[in-house]
Design a binder for this molecule. Structure first.
Ligand code: 5AD
Ligand code: FES
Length: 362
């Protein structure tokens, strides 16, 4: 293997080189990786980190992903759905305080009433958020799982323009192990194609440290992101939840797990270059300043939580989720300091779309 300094200057990487970078553990080496990814982020995307205020509007879910705390089969979690007024109010608040974009996320459902609800919420947010500072209204990202092409088209037409659908893992055997038999990897891939066809900026990602996952599988995940020409990436460590079906399967030790997650952010930055990468909340569940460290490894997006405090405890996909006792205003004050602590600025009142996507649409 070449020396690390030389390797980090490359613009393309072999599978073997990607695996080597993902597996770095030494403090000096990891710092070199971090600096390379951080500097490349600054060079390609500037110093701004963009906010997407996230509204987790319902934890009702038809799926049964083995790892997830709100899977359908978990009878112990209290289920909730916000009203349209609550969803719109939360999203509009985020526009008022300068976040520029919102993410609407919920468990996966398919009933016509649910689809109408999402569509109507998007429309109302879009119309009501138009202001002098946001002449085109809030940027809206959706994260409501696998839907039909027609449904995706309706959501896009209503005004959502970005969509997050994690592939979780691209390894067929591992995917089959962590999902019920009727949830298929191929189906999820098809949905990513549909999202592109419907006109969305497409985001995906994986969980890192899933029991049975290897470094080589993560290399293939990165190759998948490349082959799908993905615009946005959201990845986080796998964290066990005591009401999930995988509670007995061991989770990686926190320290190596976090390092692997940070390395994965940095390597995705080096390989995919100008995509948006989120510093996800799951990082902060394992480390108090996990999101800032994620930013220092090349992430450029963060998602402040706008979910009303009363229902936050019921949207725990994994254990130790931070900010359960906080309200949206607390998260607002806290986050700017965190972003600035790693030498970044906040891109107030901007959509902060993926440069990778914008380049394609020129
Ligand atoms: N640990 C980490 N991430 C999880 N997710 C669901 N359950 C867990 C868990 N136990 C993630 C999945 C899903 C996203 C909404 O939350 O990647 O796509
Ligand atoms: Fe699939 Fe929650 S049930 S991620």
């Amino acid at each position: 293997m070449k020396n690390l300094e030389e390797l980090l200057k490359q613009e393309t990487f072999s599978d073997e080189e990607i695996a080597y970078l993902l597996g770095l553990t030494g403090t000096d080496e990891c710092n070199q990786l971090r600096t390379a990814a951080y500097d490349l982020t600054t060079e390609l995307l500037g110093t701004e980190v963009y906010y997407r205020g996230i509204v987790e509007f319902s934890n009702l879910c038809e799926l049964d992903c083995h790892y997830c705390g709100i899977r359908n089969g978990n009878d112990e979690v209290e289920r909730y759905s916000l009203t349209q007024e609550q969803v719109v109010d939360a999203a509009l608040w985020c526009g008022e305080v300068g976040y520029g974009s919102t993410v609407l996320q919920s468990g996966e459902r398919h009933s016509p009433e649910y689809i109408d609800f999402v569509e109507n919420s998007i429309r109302e947010i879009k119309t009501k958020s138009i202001s002098e500072t946001l002449p085109e209204g809030l940027g809206i990202t959706l994260s409501v799982g696998e839907q039909t092409l027609e449904t995706y088209k309706r959501f896009h037409e209503a005004g959502a323009h970005r969509y997050l659908l994690r592939i979780e893992t691209t390894n067929p055997e591992l995917y089959a192990k962590i999902h019920p038999a009727d949830q298929k990897l191929e189906e999820r891939k098809k949905c990513l194609d549909y999202l592109r066809e419907a006109g969305f900026q497409v985001g995906t990602g994986v969980m890192i440290g899933i029991p049975g996952q290897t470094i080589d599988m993560l290399v293939q995940d990165i190759r998948f992101f490349q082959s799908m020409d993905i615009d946005m990436i959201g990845m986080g460590p796998y964290i066990s939840h005591h009401q999930s079906c995988m509670y007995d399967k061991s989770m990686m030790d926190v320290e190596p797990l976090l390092q692997l997650a940070f390395n994965m952010i940095a390597v995705v930055r080096l390989v995919l270059r100008d995509v948006n990468i989120a510093a996800t909340t799951a990082l902060q569940a394992l480390l108090k300043n996990g999101r800032e460290v994620g930013i220092s490894y090349g992430a450029n997006i963060t998602m402040p939580n706008l979910t009303p405090r009363e229902v936050r405890p019921s949207y725990q996909l994994y254990e130790g989720k931070p900010c359960i006792d906080e309200g949206r205003a607390d998260c607002h004050g806290c986050l700017q300091k965190r972003v600035e602590s790693v030498g970044r600025t906040v891109g107030w009142n901007k959509w902060g779309d993926s440069k990778h996507y914008m380049k394609k649409s020129l």
